[in-house]
Design a protein. Structure first.
Lengths: 238, 142
């Protein structure tokens, strides 16, 4: 099965072509929000150099959020547009989950964190054992302090590795604690298309049905909603 | 350079307002957030025009009340001109792409009253208000 995968959820953009779990080709650029101009040519060029055609693609996988509003929309729109004419099945992957796949074969808890501004991150936690990635919580918007408290309380005996463009912010928060967390090496720290494909292939193996291009939608985490809920929680605890 | 102390200017005409704006522009590097405060007709767009001109942009400047953001890309730095009149909460703000623009150029924001909680800490505020007569405006930067 050929999987074309796409990520443009933040400043970098990448596309990859995989055959099942084997990576055939990948194209990555980090040039600050030029996705609307670069993403489609990248797909085109990747298919050309790998000698494939869009009709060879059996599934399109895309990071559908959280992330930059514009970036997520461009990625999902490109996926929808490519999938629509021949109705290629689609798979939406959480940006945070795709990053956890950067670190398969490490036995650790992966804390994926993307900067959501004002001391908050988009976050989810995963436990990795060998090749298996297990989700520990839903994607959420959470204050960095709250995240630190949770990791300290629940995962302090485990190896915790930080990924994402908010990883260094979380790292800073741990500076004056006993709990040690690690930053993933730069090359493995950010979302990229090959990991999106790996996650999508796992979903298929676990029996998840792909979506039609019409069903494929962006999934923004609504910050203010999270804030409202948090405020309500604080109020009700008073 | 962004000063934390307040400076006050008095404008007696549209030209005055543009001149004051270009004076302030000369101290900007082009990656700042300039937030305008002040009601209808007080000169926010005129002030913006002065700022934009100072960066070598000749395009016509008008309030992006409908489009929310105008991009002026032909000057010394990219200038992004926002109108937050119709933006009322952080979900709205996120969906304007505002966070994607931060640090990418000079951001000028009209009706910044609507998003005060979400502006970066080092935002330069320009407050415009009416003066003693019809043509006079008080411009405070803080």
């Amino acid at each position: 099965m050929y999987i074309l995968s796409i990520d443009s959820s933040a400043t970098a953009a990448s596309v990859a072509l995989s055959e099942d779990s084997r990576l055939v080709g990948e194209y990555f650029v980090n040039t600050d929000f030029t996705h609307s101009r670069t993403l489609v040519p990248m797909v085109e060029s990747l298919l050309t150099v790998t000698g494939k055609n869009i009709s060879d693609v059996n599934m399109i996988a895309v990071n559908n959020g959280p992330g930059s509003f514009t970036g997520v929309r461009i990625g999902v729109s490109v996926a929808k547009g490519l999938a629509f004419p021949a109705e290629i099945p689609c798979m939406a992957i959480s940006t945070l989950e795709s990053m956890a796949y950067n670190l398969t074969v490490t036995d650790a808890v992966v804390c994926a964190a993307m900067d959501a501004r004002r001391n908050q991150v988009y976050n989810a936690l995963f436990r990795i054992k060998g090749r298996e990635v297990q989700r520990l919580c839903d994607d959420r918007a959470i204050s960095i302090e709250e995240l630190k408290n949770e990791i300290t309380a629940v995962y302090s005996t485990e190896r915790v590795i930080l990924v994402g463009d908010g990883a260094h912010l979380v790292m800073k928060e741990f500076a004056d604690t006993d709990c040690s967390v690690e930053l993933a090496p730069e090359a493995l720290r950010y979302q990229r298309a090959s990991s999106v494909a790996a996650a999508a292939f796992d979903h298929i193996r676990q029996g998840e049905e792909p979506q039609s291009s019409a069903q494929l939608l962006p999934s923004y985490l609504r910050l203010s909603q999270a804030e409202r809920e948090r405020k309500e929680k604080i109020e009700s605890n008073k | 350079m962004v000063c934390s102390d307040m400076t006050e200017y008095i404008s007696h005409s549209l030209q005055d307002t543009e001149r004051i704006a270009s004076e302030i522009a000369s101290e900007l590097s082009g990656t700042e957030v300039v937030a305008m405060l002040g009601g209808l007709g007080v000169g926010k767009t005129t002030f913006t025009r002065g700022l934009v001109k100072a960066f070598g942009i000749e395009e016509g400047v008008h309030s992006p009340t409908f489009s929310i953001v105008n991009e002026y890309l032909n000057g010394a730095v990219p200038v992004y001109h926002f109108d937050m009149y119709r933006v009322s909460d952080e979900d709205d703000l996120y969906s304007t792409g505002f966070y994607d623009y931060l640090g990418k150029g000079l951001l000028i924001i009209e009706w910044s009253e609507n998003i005060l909680d979400y502006l970066p800490e080092d935002t330069l505020f320009i407050e415009l208000s009416y003066g003693e007569d019809m043509n006079t405006r008080i411009i405070k930067r803080k």
